[in-house]
Design a protein around this ligand. Sequence first.
Ligand code: FES
Length: 89
Amino acid sequence: NKEFTLKVTGHKQEFLVPKDKSIIQVLKENNIFVPMSCENGVCGTCKCKVKSGEVEHKDLVLNEREHFEKKLFTPCVTRAKTDVLEISL
Ligand code: FES
């Protein structure tokens, strides 16, 4: 895991996601709440969209095609491959 900068469409602030925290945790600490349930990449409740940058999928819920397209991802487990990731909720 590496740290990266997270941008959220519609929010001016940028967030630093450290090595030991998930995207969903960082958002929650900043009062941005994404619906979630399992926090383990299995339920799909937290699905968000990738706007720019690239993700490294770590979930077990999206199908192969969704993984390939890299438009959706699960912020409870999946992290950025790029230094900056922009998402929309
Ligand atoms: Fe279940 Fe993210 S909360 S996949």
